[in-house]
Ligand binder design. Structure first.
Ligand code: SAH
Ligand code: SF4
Length: 358
């Protein structure tokens, strides 16, 4: 299948048009059809010459994704399972927040980081998604709104679906440029958050890129022993190295960083862990925000269970008393397998058991 035209920035499209003996300004027209009118085929671009439409059709597709499952939760969270042209599956989640409509996108099929609590890491990385395939996820959620006809719009994006975004750095950055374009979807950089498991070198590169995009770090533990037991990546980039990269990012950007911390019963939720975490963030506390996240149980990882409410509150209190910004994150769509990777892994299991039965 041809690549998706959603993977081109406007400048890329202009260059492509010039290369194909077309006028540069056609890019503005194509862009309008794609991101304002949101057409599904090149044939609908009625102000373009037939010859240009044919060139576009011969080189690109618009939407590379097929919608397989859509699940709506009681709280309005919607989860989509999409099939890629090579039949692999990915998921995308829409969360209704007080501040707008936030979409969580997938960046890779599977994930090589293999964190021991995560459903996405159960499958090793099969491949990176292209920028077009990541952008298409946003476009399909936007189309879902368009069909409802209530004028709703994707306003926020979190790069927190399946995959490690910094292990697919160039495509993720290209995607951010595309959705950020003021003449396109115009999703403000401050409304975009990228979450990483802690690839320190890429955190430094990200700090240097000059975009106002938010960064979240999946910290999940306050010391190397606990973190290494949960996240293999900690062996390559131990906490000291990660914190050096964080310090570099803070100095360079002066932007706040979110530290994600999944609360796991008796693994990382003891008062001493809260004190260690406060120590770790002490010199960064003006710009550090800790998100305490309820664990979404994954059946394959039954060594973990959710922290008790009282332990979460105690942990929160210790951080607060020590001057660390902290929130206990609300859950979204617990009734629909909302932890990233869960819907996909369930669907694959279903398909497998069907195959075995026949
Ligand atoms: N690979 C990146 C982004 C995708 S994971 C990263 O790890 O940051 C997005 C977030 O979901 C991470 O903070 C991750 O730790 C968290 N997560 C993974 N499995 C989870 C689970 N079972 N319950 C709650 N959060 C989970
Ligand atoms: Fe990969 Fe993030 Fe899951 Fe770890 S938490 S396995 S890095 S998707």
């Amino acid at each position: 299948m041809n690549p998706s035209i959603y993977g081109l920035t406007k400048a890329d499209l202009e260059a492509w048009l010039l290369d194909h003996q077309e006028k540069k300004f056609r890019a503005t027209q194509v862009w309008e059809w794609l991101y304002e009118k949101r057409v599904q085929s090149f044939g609908e671009m009625t102000n373009l010459a037939k010859s240009l439409i044919e060139k576009l059709e011969a080189n690109f597709v618009i939407n590379p994704l097929k919608q397989i499952v859509v699940q709506e939760a009681k709280d309005g969270t919607v989860k989509y399972l999409f099939e890629l042209p090579d039949k692999m599956m990915i998921e995308t989640v829409l969360m209704r927040q007080e501040y707008g409509m936030s979409v969580c996108v997938t960046t890779q099929v599977g994930c090589n980081i293999g964190c021991t609590f995560c459903a996405s890491g159960l499958l090793r990385k099969q491949r990176d998604l292209t920028a077009g395939e990541i952008t298409a996820q946003i476009m399909l959620v936007q189309r879902y709104f368009d069909e409802k006809g209530q004028g709703e719009r994707v306003s926020h994006v979190v790069v927190m679906g399946i995959g490690e975004p910094f292990d697919n750095y160039d495509n993720v950055m290209q995607f951010i440029h595309i959705i950020n374009d003021a003449k396109g979807l115009a999703i403000g950089a401050r409304h975009i958050t990228v979450s990483t498991s802690g690839l320190a070198r890429k955190i430094r590169q990200f700090a240097d890129n000059g975009l106002q995009v938010n960064l979240a770090i999946s910290l999940h533990a306050p010391n190397n022993e606990v973190r290494s037991s949960m996240m293999r990546i900690n062996k390559s980039y131990p906490i000291e190295e990660l914190m050096d990269a964080v310090a570099f990012y803070l100095e360079k950007t002066n932007r706040r960083i979110t530290f994600e911390y999944i609360m796991l019963h008796e693994v990382n939720d003891r008062p001493e862990h809260a004190h260690q975490l406060a120590e770790l963030l002490q010199d960064k506390k003006k710009l550090a925000y800790v998100n305490l996240i309820p664990y979404n149980p994954v059946s394959e990882h039954d060594q973990y269970s959710r922290s008790d409410k009282a332990d979460v509150l105690k942990f929160y209190d210790i951080l607060k008393k020590r001057g660390i910004n902290c929130v206990i994150r609300k859950e979204h769509g617990t009734d629909i397998d909302a932890a990233c990777g869960q819907l996909r892994s369930k669907q694959l299991k279903k398909a497998k058991s069907k195959r075995n039965a026949s």
